[in-house]
Design a protein around this ligand. Sequence first.
Ligand code: HEM
Length: 500
Amino acid sequence: MYNPLVLLLGENLNAPNTLCVFGAIFVASLYYWYKRPNNFPPGPRGIPLLGYMPFMGKYPEAKLLKLSETYGPVMSIRLATAEVVVFNEFNTLHEALIKHPNKFSGRIDFEWMKDISKNLGLVTVDYGPFFRSQRKFGFHTLRGFGMGKKSMESRVIEEAAFLNENFRSHEGKPFEVKSILRAAVANNASSVIFGKRYSYDDKEFAKIIEIMLEEFEDQAFAAVNLILFFAPKLVNIPPFTKFHRQYARSTRIFIDMIRKSVIEHEETYDEENPRDFIDAFLKEIKAGSDFFSNEQLFFYVRDLMIAGTETTSTYLTWTCVILLHYPQMQKKLRQEINEIIGPSGTVQMSHKPKMHYTSAFIQELLRFRTALPMTYHKMNEDAEFNGYSIPKDTMVLVNMWAVHNDPNVWEEPLQFNPQRFLDADGKFIVSNQVIPFSLGARRCVGEQLARMEIFLLLVSIIQKFEILPDPDAEKIPALDDAVNGLIYSPFPLRIVAKQI
Ligand code: HEM
């Protein structure tokens, strides 16, 4: 076999020349590593192979905001093998996502995800005609159109009564509240999608929630998932293979459950009386609409159930943590509820415009604890933006946490303070800079349902119960300690719900 050094150096092969060759290779590798696309936004490169990954810490969204002080609101970062652009500020985010949806609204086509989700559903589907048709349908249907007589609001109000009943059943003794709020929220999604709710202790229901949210609870899974985002080729190497197999397995089980329900829907389908999301979708399939198929329905339902459960229930759990920290705010909320609805009236969405303090509290909740701190997009085409060139297919991180904690916009952003959204007359000020549902072409399709759930469930709880700490706990859970996996979620939480 030929020695490449002999080929290169011939009779000049000696120790100093060999050293020079290795030096040149080393410099070339460094040049390749630190080189970035032409006129790319500035940002740290980290170390070879890993990029900036080892320096991101437990709260990458906060780290990125800090880095933007040096590199500006549009910056880049090398994460393992990926060149990533990050938007950290409202104006740039607004400009990119609202004014140029065609350029900034794609999703990366990860091979490892594709062999599980088959490019179906909505969350991971790239921008294009298929995506637009499915999104339009979802947006319309999740606003209650095409799902029959039972309104979205009446489904949530019904669930609020079951949730109150569960709180009452603990008779003032401490209980774990996160799993109960999650069950209530999963029931709302289930009622809208499957036309059915479950009792909180139903075994089948518990299994669905477990399968659905396995990866949210598991911090190691979340970490692996994150690494695969930026170094997708690792999927073929242990321990990543194991996590990938686990994800594929839980997806298969969940899709089989959904398939069973779709078959039941087909057997009892009545075109004149659509009951839920599945019926509305079946109608499109039967009409032969482009891009509508049974397989797409299964994955769409999976995406809605997962996206619609952990996010909303996370906000409700944070509400309980906040109420424990600020009993005065709890009193103020109850006072307004009593004035507008009364101690035993049924809360409805029509009450909301009159409830200024409650609206300010909820907007501050959405700002303060951004449940999904960041979302990822992909460039669909080359773009010139803010003076930089961003090539097609670059990953874009939308840092909503940074928008919510921008010190140039918010006074003391780390403080929970609903007053910031009340004017001198105590009237609610809507802020367009609170964007937990993101912006533009990929903005959350379940936003209206989520906002309805947060308002109706939160008000109905505070109306009937005083939320108090578990007397056996050493201290009240901190407001800034959380599971920061795919979602920024509080740890399981024990409270006392004292009936009023
Ligand atoms: C407070 C609760 C919720 C929050 C904070 C939230 C937030 C978000 C965010 C930030 C995105 C990503 C947008 C982007 O990539 O730019 C998203 C997407 C999505 N959400 Fe929500 N969401 C919530 C509730 C829901 C509910 C109740 C549903 C449905 C039942 C839902 C369904 C979806 C779906 C399907 C997508 C993917 C949209 C797409 O890729 O085009 N979400 N959500």
